[in-house]
Design a protein. Structure first.
Ligand code: NIG
Ligand code: FE
Length: 414
């Protein structure tokens, strides 16, 4: 990344502090003071009171009391895919269900067909369009999953698109790649789910490791997709090879995915719309980030995850968009904030922690991003407002004025 020198003066600096996820009531504690932030060659070198003299060689932004937050970390997306599925959305409006569409060979499997057919350059162009939009909403790091290939070449193609964007020296976001080969059972393996898991363990994981194409491994642990036992087998093998692990857990029914995430000390368990009390306890006790995706509950007309109860039980909660072509074709950060505060009863401070430091922890990067502290990457968001409360209050509308990545302004609304 091309890094820069930047000083922001007169800012209202609002940030969680730390290099690990904040759990329970600590999520509500934010540093909130007026002052300056200095970024030198891409890293934060000073946070504190405004100083009388500014050093030479820095771009200077006078914030005039506007809020500066850490760059947002969208820690759960499926942003590389072929085609779209607007018809399915209409079917669901008319009463069809997400799982019945998948069981008929549509849903994820219809995006698999489109992604297999798509050229790498068309996938890259589309991904860059998403990134551009996310950057305008303050995202500086995004997790991206494969899982629309379900075969060797297409899974690699998706991961290579993410890698090629990460190689761009003037990129707007960093992508943290996750291997989600176990997103659905490919038609070729129908009825032979265990053989497919074997293929992922024996062929795909070693290849992806060797080519450094993904940092984490994820699975859709759900009734009618992969069982808890299959999930355990894949994720244990992934851990042995050095991958961090994540689980799509308890999204459609209560299925034991949260409990498994606790057992494996996973980085995160995601969705959790139907997580059991024991599952929530397992996440809190084992330092698994509970990643909540309220946009998906909203678009699927499902009840929201029990975010308030999770925090009150001592969990570290992260918020993410789940951007994907099926269950949730939205990457809206402002709407995510609004739904989290209105329906899951998070405070604004908790939602900020969830979208920054805890999102960073969910992708294993809390030591380098997710807060405004000396030594961390210079990834910031400046709001066009003097209070962070606009994040949920401007419901679905963008309060971000500038997004700063590694000390460079990458998005600026005049
Ligand atoms: O997180 N549930 C599984 N995966 C995605 C949806 C993917 C799709 O429908 O294309 C999710 O909701
Ligand atoms: Fe997902």
């Amino acid at each position: 990344m091309k890094n820069s020198n930047l000083i922001i003066t007169g800012a209202r600096i609002v940030t969680p502090l730390g290099r690990t996820a904040r759990k329970g009531k600590d999520m509500n504690e934010l540093f909130d003071e007026y002052g300056s932030i200095e970024i030198t060659e891409g890293k934060i070198t000073y946070v504190g009171h405004d100083r009388p003299h500014l050093p030479e060689g820095y771009q200077v932004i006078h914030a005039d009391g506007k809020v500066v937050l850490p760059g947002f970390v969208d820690s759960h997306t499926h942003l590389v895919f072929g085609g779209f599925r607007p018809d399915e959305f209409i079917w669901r409006l008319n009463g069809d269900t997400y799982m019945s569409i998948l069981q008929r060979g549509g849903g994820i499997l219809s995006t698999v067909k489109a992604t297999r057919e798509a050229s790498p350059s068309s996938l890259r162009n589309k991904t860059e369009w998403f990134i551009h939009t996310m950057s305008q909403m303050g995202v500086t790091t995004v997790e991206g999953k494969s899982g629309y290939g379900l075969d060797r070449d297409t899974e690699l193609k998706q991961l290579e698109v993410m890698q090629s964007i990460n190689f761009d020296p003037i990129r707007k976001v960093d992508i943290v790649p996750t291997f989600l080969g176990a997103h659905a059972v490919p038609t070729e393996y129908k009825g032979r789910e265990d053989d497919y898991i074997d293929f992922l363990i024996r062929e795909m994981l070693p290849l992806i490791k060797q080519r450094m194409l993904a940092e984490n491994c994820d699975i859709f642990c759900e009734r009618g997709v992969f069982t808890v036992e299959q999930s355990r087998r894949l994720l244990r093998a992934a851990q042995e090879m050095g991958f961090g692990v994540k689980i799509h857990a308890d999204e459609i029914v209560s299925f034991g995915g949260s409990e498994l995430a606790g057992e494996l000390h996973a980085l995160s368990a995601d969705h959790l719309l139907h997580a059991s009390d024991a599952g929530i306890r397992a996440l809190a006790d084992n330092d698994v980030v509970a990643t909540l995706l309220p946009l998906t509950a909203f678009t699927l007309r499902e009840p929201y995850a029990r975010g308030r109860e999770m925090i009150d039980s001592g969990c570290a909660v992260a918020l993410a968009t789940d951007l994907n072509p099926g269950s949730c074709c939205s990457g809206s950060i402002p709407l995510t904030f609004a739904l989290a505060c209105i329906y899951m009863h998070l405070t604004v401070a908790e939602a900020i922690t969830a979208m920054t430091l805890n999102g960073a922890a969910a992708v294993n990067r809390a030591d380098t991003i997710g807060s405004i502290e000396v030594g961390k990457q210079g990834d910031l968001v400046m709001l066009d407002a003097d209070t962070p409360n606009v994040m949920p209050y401007y419901t679905g509308m963008n309060a971000v004025e500038r997004t700063i990545k590694g000390g460079r302004v990458v998005s600026h609304r005049e």
